[in-house]
Design a binder for this molecule. Structure first.
Ligand code: ASP
Length: 564
């Protein structure tokens, strides 16, 4: 995530309506036209002197200097008509996405001025419609009209413009009360206070105080190789159903009727609901008809898990876990996934179970480590019947469980995977296979078992690392031997900087490390960036043991018959 550079940052502010620009008419607030003219009168949002000196057009404003060498210039595009956001629908949000697409190359970033009531929905929908974003899109608004003396609108708009103009945060975000949130993680939590939004399951991407603090590791990386794709085909027939104690099965049946194609079901606590057979039967029947049901907790914080029996029963009725997604994000994601042409029901369920835009936190291998119920959970999951829903859930959860079993050296659980015909090449979100994990931990018996089952010995994770490299890093000699015997080799990328690594190990007298690289097939004579090899480094450091080791390993290489 870089700081935006260049003397002028040009932004497009799309004004859709909302309280920020409202005026009182006959005692009620209605969306007000001419926001640019109001902004022009506010010094913190417009530098008239600079605009005149540079002959900026009427609809173009400029912030006072953000830094000594940079100006943020923004044009306000006023939508026609303007909306109280309670009246916004997918149709209007598609128009916003298309406006961004039309102007994408002209501007460095976009601010969407929107009513607060449905801003979390808008941010969620836009996040799915805009794929491969490389520029910031920041929604903001206000609880009090901007022209009033005590308004939050001025600071919110200024903050959104500064964040979009000064930082490359390639996401759909929401800026409110000095906090920049990932848009699809937000929800409106207060009708009156200026701190109207929160992001219950993800910390803010940035916080503004005397300093601006960017939470760099949370900001999504732009994919510079791919271009912006705008998905305008969003399914409108999706719904939101909140369960409550005693909810009648007949009411649920009525709600789930066509044309509804997908529903977000808000459940209790960790994803539970009443276990009444008639209710479960309605859910199961709807799922069998092809209706997609996503389970989200109605709690503000936390995730859907399968820790309790009612949770399991719900899952058994063919429901997809929304983990820690907000209902707003889940509804938007359903609409996006159902709008994708040409996918089978099972493809759609798989897509829903994935984290597409940072909207949910999937359980990681680390969460499963140390889980004393690991074997039980794996057996339960593996034994779920072969419905599409069970398959979708397995696709999400089984890799984590298999990896956790490999991490724990739990041969029995891995054996259960094999007996039920599961492929042990499964990968988690970061591309790790059970072989990676077992190799990193040095579990030779698990590695031997996986190799015997024919797993891919050279599988690379997202960082391009093979199991062999991880075994080398862990100095696990027996694992390296097993992997080499199965034909594993280090890739040219893994060997790229090996000279530097070997010299570093030699300077630290790390014989084990040097031996591990040698066993994995690395050439110990490789020079580092300034031409020294490990032996020279060891000699210079006067480390006789390492010198002796390196010479003996080199002798063994030269004693081997050379291929002709
Ligand atoms: N009803 C207004 C809207 O959402 C509320 C606001 O903007 O704060 O458009």
């Amino acid at each position: 995530m870089a700081r935006a550079t260049g003397p002028e940052q040009r932004l497009l502010a799309i004004y859709t309506g909302g309280t920020i620009g409202m005026r009182s008419e006959g005692g009620v607030l209605v969306p007000g036209r001419g926001l640019a003219a109001v902004l022009r009168t506010l010094h913190m949002l417009h530098d008239e002197e600079y605009a005149r000196a540079h002959s900026l057009p009427e609809d173009t404003l400029v912030l006072p200097p953000a830094s000594s060498d940079q100006r943020i210039i923004y044009k306000v595009l006023e939508c026609q008509p303007l909306f109280d956001s309670s009246d916004m629908t997918i149709t209007e949000w598609v128009q916003i996405a298309q406006t961004i697409e039309r102007h994408y190359t002209q501007y460095q970033g976009f601010v969407v001025i929107h009513g607060t009531d449905t801003m979390a929905f808008a941010a969620s929908v836009l996040s799915f419609m805009l794929e491969n974003l490389q520029k910031p899109v920041i929604l903001t608004g206000a609880q009090v009209p901007i022209h009033e003396l005590w308004s939050d609108g001025r600071e919110n708009l200024l903050g959104a413009l500064l964040m979009a103009g000064q930082y490359v945060i390639p996401e759909v975000c929401l800026f409110f009360q000095n906090q920049l949130f990932r848009g699809n993680r937000t929800t409106k939590v207060d009708a009156r206070r200026f701190a109207a939004f929160c992001s219950p399951n993800l910390p803010p991407l940035a916080t503004v105080g005397a300093d601006v603090t960017i939470n760099r590791e949370l900001v999504r990386k732009a994919s510079w190789k791919s271009h912006l794709v705008v998905h305008s085909n969003m399914e409108p027939d999706v719904g939101l159903l909140r369960l409550y104690p005693g909810i009648p099965a007949s009411l649920v049946r009525t709600f789930l009727q066509p044309p509804l194609k997908g529903v977000v079901m808000e459940t209790f606590g960790s994803g539970n609901g009443p276990t009444k057979p008639d209710l479960i039967q309605e859910l199961r029947a709807a799922a069998e008809r092809g209706l997609i049901i996503v389970n989200c907790t109605h709690c503000l914080q936390g995730a859907v898990t399968s820790d309790y029996a009612p949770g399991m029963a719900m899952a058994g009725a063919g429901i997809i876990s929304g983990f820690d997604m907000t209902s707003e994000a889940a509804l938007a994601k359903l609409s996006y996934v159902l709008g994708q042409p040409g996918l089978s029901l099972s493809d759609r369920k798989k897509l829903l179970a994935k984290d597409l835009r940072g909207e949910m936190t999937l359980p990681t291998t680390d969460d499963l480590l140390g889980d004393d119920m690991l074997g039980c959970r794996a057996t339960w999951l593996l034994s779920m019947n072969g419905s599409q829903d069970a398959d979708a859930m397995k696709d999400v959860l089984l890799p984590g469980l298999a990896l956790a079993a490999a991490h724990a050296g739990d041969l029995d659980t891995l054996q259960a995977f094999v007996e039920l015909g599961r492929d042990l090449n499964l990968k988690d979100y970061s591309g790790q296979t059970p072989l990676h994990v077992a190799a990193r931990r040095g579990h030779a018996s698990v590695v031997a078992m996986l190799l015997q089952k024919g797993v891919d010995v050279d599988a690379c994770n997202e960082d391009g690392q093979s199991p062999l490299l991880l075994a080398v890093r862990g100095r696990h000699q027996s694992v390296i031997r097993l992997l080499r015997a199965a034909g594993a080799h280090l890739s040219p990328q893994e060997l790229e900087d090996v000279g530097t690594e070997l010299c570093r190990l030699a300077s630290r007298a790390d014989s084990e490390g040097l031996r591990a690289w040698w066993q994995a097939g690395a050439d110990l004579g490789q020079p580092d960036y300034d031409g020294h090899c490990a032996l020279q480094v060891a000699e210079a450091a006067g480390n006789a043991d390492v010198v002796a080791l390196l010479q003996s390993l080199e002798d063994r290489v030269s004693a081997q018959p050379q291929p002709h």
